[in-house]
Ligand binder design. Sequence first.
Ligand SMILES: Nc1nc2c(ncn2[C@@H]2O[C@H](COP(=O)(O)OP(=O)(O)OP(=O)(O)O)[C@@H](O)[C@H]2O)c(=O)[nH]1
Length: 316
Amino acid sequence: MVTTADFHNARILIVDDQETNVQLMEQMLREAGYCSVTSTMDPHSVYALHRDNHYDLILLDLQMPGMDGFQVMEKLKELKTGDYLPILVITAQPGHMLRALTSGAKDFISKPFDMMEAKTRIHNMLEVRLLYKQLEHFSRKMASLALHDELTGLPNRRLLMERLSLSIAYARRNKRIMAVMYLDLDGFKLLNDTLGHDAGDTLLSMVAARLVAAVRQEDTVARLGGDEFVIALWELSNADDAVDLASKVMKAVSQPYSIQGRDVSMTASVGVAIYPTHGEDVETLMKSADLALYEAKRTGKNDYRIASQPAGDAHS
Ligand SMILES: Nc1nc2c(ncn2[C@@H]2O[C@H](COP(=O)(O)OP(=O)(O)OP(=O)(O)O)[C@@H](O)[C@H]2O)c(=O)[nH]1
């Protein structure tokens, strides 16, 4: 829904070579409650102004010397943002209306204009533009939610799988090694039970930030849900790097936390699987890392284990 505040804060640009017209329009918009109104008398500046300010409405005079409104609209199309161009043309020539509409204008106001009609057309156009922006924002959010964990903002399982596939393909082609690190917090349930779910959420977000800080930018830190995280290590120089990284990640997690004014300690268990030794595809690598993690948990937690063999071979 578009609120009154959205309307009042809408960014409006007036483009007219006649100062009196600009003043009249500015006054009308100000009286109607619009707070973010700017103007230009130079049609050549509209392209750069809109590129930088993303106006919600451009009130465009069609007859201007040097560059007319039609040329301004052509130029604006070069922005190629796939965006809705919010142009309302103002013209004294009835013959220009159809041409303006087919050139990209969304609506028009005829000069001399009736105040009420002009205000209503401006309001209606802004409503469409603001709804369009909300829809865009919403669909971006939905797309991001489909691939990210809402609490921590980290990639979710789906995005992790995509990144792992890419990482394995890269390692295979370049004859490199990469690794999957599976991490699960120790005794997280107790923290939830004693300090509450909100404190648990805060800790999960803090752990996420520490994991991201502990690895390289090209690595992927994902949250699978609950207190389970997986790190896809894009490329390793040698298998020993995985051991160093497991220690580094565990150390990062086990630094004290301050949550709701209390000092909280937490540790993690880690299982590591290395491509190609412990698996040559996503599924086997994940399974190998999971089994190694299970081993670290079983033998006392707060420790890491490197997989011993590809997951599928464990039962053979
Ligand atoms: N605060 C919070 N808790 C969650 C969330 N998702 C899952 N949990 C809780 O996380 C806990 C994870 O359980 P476990 O991993 O089995 O518990 P644990 O105490 O860490 O056990 P170990 O791994 O054996 O050390 C459960 O209590 C879940 O209810 C969440 O988004 N936020």
